[in-house]
Design a protein around this ligand. Sequence first.
Ligand SMILES: C[S@@+](CC[C@H](N)C(=O)[O-])C[C@H]1O[C@@H](n2cnc3c(N)ncnc32)[C@H](O)[C@@H]1O
Length: 292
Amino acid sequence: MSNKTENSQDYLNLSTNTREVAVARDTAESYMEHLFEVPGYFSRLDAELFAHCCREQHDLGVEGDLLEIGVWYGRSAVLLGFLKFGSEQLHVNDLFGQLPKTETGRSELEQAGPIKLPTTDDFLGHYLRYHDSNPVIHRGPSTEVRDDLAKGTYRFIHIDGSHTQEAVAHDIKLARELLKEGGIIVFDDYSNTDHLGVAAALWPALAESDIAPFAATPSKLYATLGLQQAGEYRQDLLSWANQHDLLVREQTVNNSKLLSLRTKFNRVNWIANRIKRSLPNRLRRMVAAERF
Ligand SMILES: C[S@@+](CC[C@H](N)C(=O)[O-])C[C@H]1O[C@@H](n2cnc3c(N)ncnc32)[C@H](O)[C@@H]1O
């Protein structure tokens, strides 16, 4: 993609959608200060990367809907709600309290122990604290939602539903059908030894398709369509990562170069974050807003 606007780093200067972008930027960033108030599995580093990737897509003129498979209580979905621009929509899919229909799905749930699966109301209870309206909700296993989603119209897809090999293999195929040119797919837990089915499904599927990874964090793998587009996102991310004092390593997998990104361990920040997270919500909000 090469129709990048001149002031690509300064998206506040874009001539179109200026007001929406400025508002979204502000609220996405302020939500990141409250990320851990929504129960879930989503790191600050990935939140920053989601936001950066979406802004980069906006700069490149890549428009389309966003989809998350697997929302839990909405930690990452709330952020995605801030990262849609103009008339774009956020679609979310989850079991929302339904029991998985496959044997492996049920056994995945048993392994997780006695947990309460969030219902649609549980999810919306969090989502609507940050947004005025619902996202488009698709309730049920991801294997049953294909007909409700328009092919080739999504620009950002986060796959974070069932982590079994069969479900991930299905979700990758679905995402490939739904993704448009310039679109980004993010795969959760590609290297988590508690969920080996993800890697087992992911790497062969990538090797056989035109989905090219361009970045990896400890929890998520970021990919797009085609090596050229992957190269452009990788280059952009490299300069962003260097500005953010991250540990960066370049690697080659399946002929695709990708960056692995990690936050540097900082003992003072780590202790400060632990203290912040243990504070009651109200006090935490005051600390985040520096109201002392
Ligand atoms: C790891 S959690 C998602 C975490 C979430 N993205 C966050 O930010 O915290 C996985 C979610 O996938 C859902 N899930 C499990 N099996 C599914 C399936 N077959 N289809 C859709 N969602 C599924 C679970 O109900 C759960 O909410």
